[in-house]
Design a protein around this ligand. Structure first.
Ligand code: AMP
Ligand code: GLY
Length: 423
């Protein structure tokens, strides 16, 4: 069968790598793809938001399945466009992707259906938000409701800071229209865990857990980024917590979306925080995490195509989802200066060290191919992933592998998964 993947980051490279393992697949395309994805798929020069062109391409090339990796096209309704043309596509429709596209929607959904989350209020009026803050205490969290590349969440240590956040999001439009509505919510503390789940509209099957490191610098300092590294599984996601989440979060979320007439088919990413008062949902995403996919997918035993087709066909209950009894760590190699300003176009060397090694992966996030050279082309450049019997071993392997590749402004965190030494 022929598969088209929509997206261009490390997540899509990890998806393409899993798809390539399926014996049912003989051709993979990726639009627009990147320099590394070009090693496993034929890259097609169509942007992820060019729905008509993508659907034309799928029709003309008789694509059997299109997988949408990114949030923007999902929230924008790409799945509905493909379905209108009777094209088979994996991902939630627009009316379900709103669970990621509007934090205000997802908070109201959780409140209505009793799914544990932080206390909050939504606002479309800046003045009302400022008045509300006068009744609250810091620390407090101000969030742009719409998509903001993972940067629309401001943790404020004083009420004045929170007021500035409201002004910059709602009046100065720091995140554009994503800030037309905001959520102000209670600040929670605890370990964060991401659980990505396959969903068929009725059934939900959680994958193995993972943890991201969102801040740019060691010790969780510096600015928020798209994610500087991940590990899987999370030792903090115990069987007891898993059981709680199955019963109180995952199943109720699926049922709630169905009840609302918004059947969710695709990947539901549940961002959890494990507080003293139990797990609470921080956010939902409507797609694989990046770089969570880079540690979860290499550990999955199933044929990804079979699982995705079962989701589309409403038969996820027939799938026995299985993961290897091992661990994975992904260290992101970024361009120095990310997430603010950084240089691009640097030559990357040493990539061939990964060839033929089953337990090591170099997923390309921001690269491009020029002649036979691979150049840096973004803030997050590569995701170096290694497997190991234990998290400690996977971590040592991943850091060893970061030394194999070089580019002149290479930057990484040195403490991905370090907290694991405590457990
Ligand atoms: P979100 O995109 O909503 O997951 O937020 C991004 C990050 O901000 C999360 O991964 C947390 O680290 C942090 N965050 C979000 N909401 C809260 C909250 N209510 N309390 C504490 N930290 C939060
Ligand atoms: N790594 C966080 C995300 O993909 O949203």
């Amino acid at each position: 069968m022929k598969v088209l993947i929509v997206g261009s980051g490390g997540r899509e490279h990890a998806i393409a790598t899993s798809v390539k393992k399926s014996p049912r697949v003989d051709k993979i395309y990726c639009a627009p793809g990147n320099g590394g994805i070009a090693g496993v798929a034929e890259c097609v020069d169509i942007g992820a938001m060019e729905f008509d062109k993508l659907a034309d391409f799928a029709e003309q090339n008789k694509i059997d399945l299109t997988i949408i990796g990114m949030d923007d096209p999902l929230v924008g309704g790409i799945v509905d466009e493909f379905e209108k043309r009777n094209l088979r596509v994996f991902g939630p429709r627009k009316n379900a992707a709103i669970i990621e596209g509007s934090k205000a929607f997802s908070k109201d959904l959780m409140k209505k259906y009793g799914i544990p989350t932080a206390e909050y209020e939504n606002f479309t009026d800046a003045q009302k938000a400022l008045e509300y803050l006068d009744t609250k205490q810091a620390p407090i969290v101000v969030k742009a409701s719409g998509l903001a590349l993972g940067k629309g969440v401001l943790i404020c240590n004083t009420i004045d800071e929170a007021k500035d956040a409201v002004r910059s999001i709602m009046i100065d439009k720091q995140f554009g229209d994503a800030g037309n509505e905001i959520v102000i919510e209670e600040f929670l503390t605890g370990r964060e865990v991401s659980v990505l789940c396959y969903c068929d509209g009725t059934n939900i099957k959680p994958m193995t857990s993972a943890q991201d490191h969102k801040r740019a610098k060691d010790g969780d300092q510096g600015l928020n980024t798209g994610g500087m590294g991940t590990f899987s599984p999370s030792p903090f996601y115990t069987e007891e917590i898993e059981k709680f989440c199955d019963e109180k979060v995952f199943a109720p979320t699926m049922a709630a979306m169905k009840k609302e007439g918004r059947d969710f088919v695709g990947i539901l990413f549940v961002g959890l925080i494990l507080t003293e008062n139990g797990p609470k949902v921080l956010e939902y995403n409507a797609r694989f995490g990046d770089p969570e996919a880079q540690v979860v997918l290499p550990r999955m035993k199933n044929d990804i195509i079979e699982v995705m087709e079962a989701c589309i066909d409403g038969k996820l209950d027939t799938i026995d989802l299985q993961f290897e009894d091992n661990a994975a760590v992904c260290v992101v190699l970024a361009s120095d200066g990310y997430p603010l300003s950084y240089e691009k176009g640097k030559e990357i060397t040493g990539l061939d060290a990964f060839d033929g090694k089953d337990d090591y992966f170099v997923f390309h996030a921001g690269t491009k191919k020029e002649g036979d050279k691979i150049l840096t082309n973004g803030g997050r450049v590569l995701g170096v992933t290694a497997l190991g019997k234990t998290l400690k071993e996977a971590r040592a392997n991943a850091y060893k592998a970061t030394e194999w590749v070089n580019f002149s402004n290479k930057y990484m965190r040195n403490d991905i998964g370090k907290a694991l030494d405590e457990v």
